[in-house]
Design a protein around this ligand. Structure first.
Ligand code: HEC
Length: 309
């Protein structure tokens, strides 16, 4: 009897092996990341994460609060410096927890609080900062590392997906250097979380500065046609002036004081350019205003780089 030719045997063997090889990656494929983007009215950057968390931007309208409530959210957790709208949340049947931190990282005490919150807050929890891109997603990463078995790599992938800027190295470090809090540390944290805490006077002014800044940026693409633009710029300048009175400069030194003063100057310049633009709608006046807007933006980022992040 003739034996099966070697070539055929090899082919058969290889294809059987091939099947095993091609099946293996299917069986071992990493599970899809436990987060998915969602649309909720009045909110941006919303993701459902790890089954019981939602991550997104600050709810600022009844529409947004109502959407969260209808979706089944019981608790809203803010890590933002802005004072949470506790009353409006209550009106929609939800409770607020306020655990704010800055852009430079998550302090160890906040990490313990966040993990305890993840363990003990009931039902679906909505976690937000202002835009839902940087501090909020970092908090979600730490919470999922604490209770959902996430490792550092998944936490980082999540933050990148949520849009956390890699400039915020402190936020990424909070996730990559996460240490699970000990039982004693967790036991020391009360489950009576505050619904509103006081933030530093500077952070408070910055939140208001940011609102004006966001409005100005939004008005730019249409050529600052919003008739309130010049007034908004003036108010921004006044707030930067107010920031000088918070006493922040005395603890942070001369360079900080100078940076605040030059931001103040840039905002004043923008106000005058917007005034001119309102009177004489010329392309030159429009590009001068845009240029001034850019200068203000630079003054924010350069100070944040040096003193905040
Ligand atoms: C002279 C420095 C300086 C300038 C100029 C500056 N900031 Fe800030 N900003 C800070 C510091 C410092 C903090 C952190 C304050 C804290 O956490 O106590 C901060 C915090 C913030 C925050 C976070 C507030 C929160 O929720 O905790 C926002 C938003 C912000 N700044 C927006 C802006 C914008 C927009 C501009 C420009 C129009 C600007 N800042 C200009 C120094 C500056």
């Amino acid at each position: 009897m003739r034996t099966i030719p070697n070539a055929i045997l090899r082919f058969l063997l290889l294809s059987m092996l091939g099947c095993v090889v091609c099946l293996r990656p299917l069986a071992q494929q990493a599970p899809p990341p436990p987060y998915r983007p969602m649309q909720l009215p009045g909110l941006d950057n919303v993701y459902a994460v790890a089954g019981r968390f939602l991550s997104g931007s600050a709810p600022e309208s009844d529409e947004a609060f109502s959407a969260l409530s209808r979706f089944g959210v019981k608790v809203i957790l803010s890590v933002d410096g802005a004072s949470p709208d506790v009353e409006r949340a209550a009106k929609h049947g939800m409770r607020y927890v306020h655990l704010p931190f800055g852009y430079d990282g998550i302090p160890a005490t906040n990490v313990v609080q966040l993990v305890k919150a993840a363990q003990t807050l009931p039902g679906l929890v909505y976690i937000h900062c202002h835009h839902g891109k940087h501090r909020g997603p970092a908090a979600v990463a730490v919470m999922c590392e604490g209770v959902a078995g996430w490792d550092a790599s998944l936490a980082e992938r999540w933050m990148r997906l949520a849009g956390t800027s890699t400039n915020y190295t402190g936020l990424y470090k909070a996730a990559s250097h996460f240490q699970a809090p000990s039982a004693a540390q967790l036991a020391s944290v009360s489950t009576e979380f505050p619904s509103r805490v006081k933030v530093s006077p500077l952070a408070e002014v910055m939140v208001r500065i940011d609102e004006h800044w966001t409005a100005l940026k939004a008005a730019q693409p249409g050529g600052f046609r919003d008739p309130k633009s010049a007034t908004t710029a003036l108010q921004l300048q006044e707030l930067l002036h107010e920031a000088q009175r918070t006493g922040a400069a005395s603890t942070r030194g001369d360079r900080f004081a100078e940076a605040l003063k030059s931001a103040d100057q840039a905002a004043l310049e923008l106000t005058s350019k917007l005034d001119t633009l309102a009177k004489t709608r010329t392309p030159a006046a429009e590009s001068a205003a845009t240029e001034s807007l850019r200068a203000v933006g630079k003054s924010c980022t350069s100070c944040h780089r040096n003193f905040r992040d």
